[in-house]
Design a protein around this ligand. Sequence first.
Ligand SMILES: [Zn+2]
Length: 494
Amino acid sequence: MRFRFLARLALAALLLPVFAASAREQGQPVLLISIDGLHPSYVFEADKLGLRIPTLRGIVRQGASADRVINVSPTLTYPNHTTMVTGVTPVEHGVKSNAVFDPEGYEQGAWNWYGSQIRVPTLWDAAKASGLTTASVLWPVSVAHPAIDYNLPEYWRTKKRASDSHLLYAVSTPRGLLEKVEGVDRLFDVTANPEEWSFDEKLTNVALAMIGEGKPDLLTIHLTGLDSAEHKHGPLPMNDVAKETLERTDAMIGRIADAFRALHPDAVVAIVSDHGFHRVDATINLNVAFVQAGLIELTGAGAVKSWKAFSWSGGGSASVMLNDPGDTATRDQVEAILAALTRDPANGIATVLSGEEAERNGALEGAAFLVDAKGGFSMGNALAGDLVRRQARTTGAHGYRNTHPEMNSSLFVVGPGVEAGRHLGTVDIRQIAPTLAAVLGVSLPTATWPPLELEEQVAPAAPVDVATPRRHSARGHPTPGTRTSRSPHAGAGR
Ligand SMILES: [Zn+2]
């Protein structure tokens, strides 16, 4: 392992000057901003929603827009952010959930934070291999990712205390950058982040510092205030906090994009999101049924003592795991319980899938079943109390199967070479990584979906002026004929 790494490093050092020159000549720098929880309708219906988001609307006017992006199931933050930088499904990249499956609580609430958990090359790897400089702010699953030069990864333990800032200092690179950014010393101290957008304001300052100091060719940043506001109070339009947070986020996007364009006038800016939201008025706690059926045994204090079957919530859907995957008696018992619960519409269960079909639709690796909730419901992790718990007030959730239109995510791209007002229609989220790799002029062969056509298409019969090189070109389109042959699922996009 170590030898292979050193060998790769030596090879990269040999090839670096050649690639560095060629990559920057051919490609364009990329700024990738993810607004967690941004449904495309928030941008397209901004007037109706009373939203003032001039930056996003300007990007739609001047650039290319997807009507909707079909993301991957479960429609959770970590699987989808990893797909956006790899171009492959969670089954392939290995990040199938946010939180680590852990019925007994040994992991103390850990998430899949680490870059080493991604099983395939990323955009950062592709850029780095071409000699480009990479930077990233709060991107999920990026802790200690070896291909990110300037990295403030998403990572926490308490999420409520200033002590988490020390963790971030420890895992951020290069050493010393964060210390120079005013206002980030208490990043996770809730008393230092009074508003939903306060944390994002600090991240914006970190991004500006990275742009100034690192001059990255690829910068990825993940802004989380909108998601947080929607979890607490539900999606738009009935959420004034989310509205104000998105308006503030819009201004931050403007600041980051302006700084990146000042550094790289030929930059392409891509705004993406990972999922939308359902409103939620009740939770479904399958483990309550499993405790009652004797499939989960609790300690006197109400913690898990032992389990044969366990439901692991991913927001709008849940994976049902068997302690012994070969335990067919328990599998049959669980199947009967789930079938009975699904028959009563009041329980809020939309679909139950099993085996391989469950895994293909977002269940954890090795799961026996995937249970998808209806809008208005989310999957809870409670072990006692009512199976279905009505909430005192409306909240919001995501993590359902990607067949719910409310879960659709966003893509807006702007920059030299991108046709103004271009409609990209419905986009598969796996197309984002190969499109951005093409714009950067780098190679990401594991991302096999066709890149999007961002430029105005020239008719095949049109004369080509070979004497005029195209100085600026968003190189997002493959040659005709290769599109369908490169796609492993031609026609499967919705
Ligand atoms: Zn998210």
